[in-house]
Structures are given as C-alpha cells and as structure tokens.
Design a protein. Structure first.
Length: 203
C-alpha cells in the first residue's frame, strides 16, 4: 500500500469463530500506524465467492450505465461509449424499471433514507476483503468495475450489501466516506480505519 497513511500487517490467529461469519470483531480500536488483518474472519469460507474477482480480470457480462438527460443515455461500462443495440437498450430499460419499482414504496421518504443507511458495511469485512483480494492499489472505480458489478450481476444486480456473504456484516452506517473515483481503495480503507472502533460501519 505504497504512499498510504497506514501500513498493512497480519494479526496473530485467534480461536474466535462463528458459524455465520458475522460475529463482532474483538473490542478495541484500529491503530493509526498499521492495518491488522482480521483473524476472526474465516476468509476461505466467507470470501471464496469473491476470489474470482482478484486480479481485476472479472467483469460483468451486462455492464451498462445510464446517463440521465443525455441524448444517448445508455453507455457501455468500460469505455462510456453509447449503446446502440436496441435489444440491449430494451433489456436494460426493463432492469431499470424493476429496480425503481423495488424502491418506489419508500422513495422520497425518511424510511428510504433508513433503508439506504442500512447498506453500510463493517470495517472488519472491508479489511478482510482488501487483504484477500490484494486491493490496496486498486482505484475506487475499479472496485465497482471488477468486484461489485460482477459479484452482484448473478444475484439480480442487487446492492453489494445485500449479497449473502456481505449481509451479515451490513448495518446502519455511522460514518459516510467521501472519495475520489480515481483515488486508491487502500487509502480509503486506511482512512476509514484510522483510530476507529473495530466494528465501525461505513457507507
């Protein structure tokens, strides 16, 4: 994690364990000088489904973006070029409508804000994921491109926090992390962890 404010380090193994993999991290706060690999998380069991995304070689099959207000709003995910295939556009319109319909009952209400806040993720999960996939030098946009999109595509394009492997570590966020899409993911994780409670939930 060259240039980051914290250096990565391994934690000594412990006997802590839980069948659902969502136990709280041992009480305490993160250091401000190094990052500790969470020893209470069984990476092989929890993160196995994400390992195919290591190395930034996996991309979503149907990787498209929607630029609202543009004359050609549907764009290819990797290069932002316009989508011209009418079959693809029609299919993506259906996916868009379905996603909007799911949110419609609470859209624009305090209940929707509570729902979105509940999509926060615990630091111990993010640390374990970052160590396992060696994501320290990834750009934040690459995390979306090569991890979030391919990981959620086969699950109905759900929110990342709704994935089975993430759900146990999701909860109401207490901290909102603002970042640059060209910034390093490792720096973002380091900033989220520095001096923080080990069970902090971020969004």
């Amino acid at each position: 994690m060259a240039g980051a404010s914290l250096a990565a380090a391994e934690e000594e193994p412990t006997d802590a364990g839980d069948a659902d993999g969502a136990q709280l991290a041992p009480a305490g706060a993160h250091a401000t000088t190094k990052l500790i690999r969470p020893a209470h998380i069984d990476e092989a069991a929890l993160l196995g489904p994400f390992m195919r995304c290591a190395g930034k070689t996996e991309v979503a099959v149907h990787d498209y973006k929607y630029w609202k207000g543009d004359d050609q709003p549907w764009r290819h995910g990797l290069d932002d070029s316009p989508v011209t295939d009418q079959g693809v556009i029609a299919s993506e319109e259906q996916h868009k409508l379905a996603a909007e319909a799911q949110d419609q009952p609470t859209a624009g209400t305090p209940a929707h804000a509570v729902k979105l806040r509940g999509c926060g993720v615990r630091l111990d999960f993010l640390l374990a994921l970052t160590f396992a996939l060696e994501m320290w030098e990834w750009k934040t946009w690459e995390v979306v491109q090569y991890l979030v999109k391919p990981a959620t595509e086969g699950e109905g394009r759900c929110r990342f926090a709704e994935l089975a492997g993430v759900r146990g570590y999701a909860g109401a966020a207490t901290v909102f992390m603002s970042h640059c899409w060209g910034g390093r993911w490792g720096d973002l994780v380091a900033a989220a962890c520095a001096g923080a409670d080990v069970n902090r939930v971020v969004w």
